[in-house]
Design a protein around this ligand. Sequence first.
Ligand code: HEC
Ligand code: HEC
Ligand code: HEC
Length: 350
Amino acid sequence: MTTKAARLLLFILFVGSLAACSYRVEKDEDTRGVIRPSAELVAKVSFADVYRTVLQPKCISCHGTSGGVSLETYASTKNFLGKIHDTVLIQRRMPLAPVAPLTREELELVAAWVEAGGPEFPLNGDPVEPPPADPVLQPNFPSIKELIVDRKCLQCHTPGKEAGRIPLTKLDEFINSPLEIVIPGNAEESGFVLVLLENARKRMPPPETGMAPVSPQEIEVIKEWINSMDDQGQSPSPEPNPTPPVPPRNEPAPLAPTFASIKANVIDRKCLQCHIPGGKAERIPLKALKDFTESPLEIVIPGNAEESGLVLVTAADARKPMPPVGSGIPAVTPEEINVIKEWIQNGAIN
Ligand code: HEC
Ligand code: HEC
Ligand code: HEC
């Protein structure tokens, strides 16, 4: 290689390395603009993913079962699908402060789940782990810290935050506070209990944040813990949280010729992505039994499977096959079609 060529090569390498660096400068995440999740993510996202990654850490401190918008179970979250789309993806209003805004990755996950129609299980049929059950609150400090204080107090009661003057990060800060946050053996006069009560003058967490209040049952557990302490602040050694029993996998039972079974196994998985309010085929809802049996499109003609739209559109040789070719959603299998036919022939009753 000539010296000239060698120098040119060095120069190219140098410029190349500069270009590589300049990418790294813009480290700040851009979460603006329309979020378009990949088709792959849409096919594999499940409620459990969304719950674990977004709802549990960023929503349920305000949207627990005690509030109007409950995002703690699949069924109740599904009811708010359209509103989650509007408030999280379009208006970007949720989560409210003090919870941190969603990252790009979290937004993509929510967008994928909404686009998929809010499925409980992945559309591609992958098995999923059920969302972890919340441990039960126990009358000891580690449990109360994990389930109450970390979730509902630390956003503000950490040094540097708006109530940093009253830190609540360690046991000692509860017991030795001049504000008598915890008076061992005397729950009734402990500030920790007083601020949680419905009629508290300065109720915590502050109602104007929209955070769900600590429930009366939880307050009872906190009182039990405080009353179990001797005046040295020693409580009987904390029992570790019992591992909650693993709930049975929420797989629908195998396909049977009933409406509930066909709905859970076929319609929910392969049709609702589009046939729900806000979906591409919202004009043709496929939710309740009557949407099938009373539709002017004759989707189900009880006793006459061969002429029922449901059978015609799912047939391999349909003119407009459902789910549409190219949607990435697996076709209804011949075995599934046979069970659907059996159900319709039997009168499509339930
Ligand atoms: C700090 C509290 C807080 C957090 C965290 C929070 N929200 Fe909300 N959310 C509220 C309050 C208060 C309202 C009712 C007032 C409003 O609509 O702004 C609300 C309303 C909603 C609504 C109903 C909107 C409507 O138009 O009826 C939805 C849906 C919602 N939130 C979803 C979420 C989701 C999803 C998250 C997590 C990504 C989240 N929120 C996090 C406080 C919160
Ligand atoms: C959104 C922020 C926020 C959250 C969440 C919050 N607090 Fe507070 N808290 C405050 C502020 C602000 C004060 C007043 C601080 C001051 O006086 O400097 C306060 C004061 C207190 C006080 C002292 C009350 C008094 O009489 O002076 C206690 C005790 C307290 N909080 C406990 C809690 C507990 C327990 C939780 C969780 C269940 C909680 N807080 C959640 C913001 C918050
Ligand atoms: C990817 C989106 C998508 C999926 C998934 C999907 N459909 Fe559709 N479907 C459509 C669209 C779009 C139309 C036309 C809607 C319109 O005309 O307003 C349609 C129309 C229909 C029609 C009416 C056909 C006609 O003759 O006009 C039926 C019946 C139907 N779908 C059933 C189903 C069933 C059953 C499934 C699941 C096995 C399914 N669809 C899955 C998008 C979908």
